[in-house]
Design a protein around this ligand. Sequence first.
Ligand code: ADP
Ligand code: MG
Length: 265
Amino acid sequence: MNFAAKVVAPVTAQPLVRARNVHKSFGDNEVLKGIDLDVMPGEVVVVLGPSGSGKSTFLRCINHLEAIDRGYIEVDNEQVGYQLRRGRLHKLSDRAIAVQRRKIGMVFQQFNLYPHMTALENIIEAPVGVHGQNRKQAVAYAMELLTRIGLADKANAYPRQLSGGQQQRVAIARALAIRPKLMLFDEPTSALDPELVGEVLATMRDLAQQGLTMIVVTHEIGFAREAADRVVFMDGGVVVEEGKPEAVLANPTHPRTRLFLSRFI
Ligand code: ADP
Ligand code: MG
């Protein structure tokens, strides 16, 4: 008898984020002019670019905080804000959007912890208060996260009792509490005193090493060099250049990237 060898299809990973020709205007100010970007599972993408180039707007579009005008964004094979039914795209209800958004955690420049809640309460607020998770399990996971970021002993501290760096680390744990597949960071260290930046970047570096998929907007070139799998340079609402950090940071090919990076040398 002749058995043919079993043919195993190669596992080709699908991007977790797929953005195509994304356009977004505010009035007649076109801020995003056709962004294309794929992010693979486990990949850490650092987005660099001058102020006003549309970086925050792009992250906000991925996280349902702004609606795009043209193109599409998919996260985990679902189109952000839309659903395909009988071959047609339908806008999602608020409820369905809330379900999609559970896949995404976001950390902002201003950490905005609830001041009247302890670190622990801040972290379990979304899982318990919004998603109706079992409180005991949520607390256990929150403690695990606090331990991971080195703040287990601050579980019962209020934000005012924490340094800015500690508050931002708690904000990261809060975003992780919903077990997102994708984390978005929008200049997470820009509001911090310089001596507190390092501890937040260290926390982010740990997450990157643990295989979390991350898109990080930052001006911290050192973080980009060490933690990024890929660097994307945005300017004027488009991706001007992208590549491995060692290539883009050391040998930028586009004059805009060169000009931008020259400020950091
Ligand atoms: P970046 O994060 O790269 O600094 P932003 O995405 O914040 O850039 O902003 C890009 C442009 O979009 C800026 O000109 C800004 O004024 C404009 N913009 C951002 N958000 C809004 C908004 N909600 N309404 C009107 N204009 C906005
Ligand atoms: Mg911004």
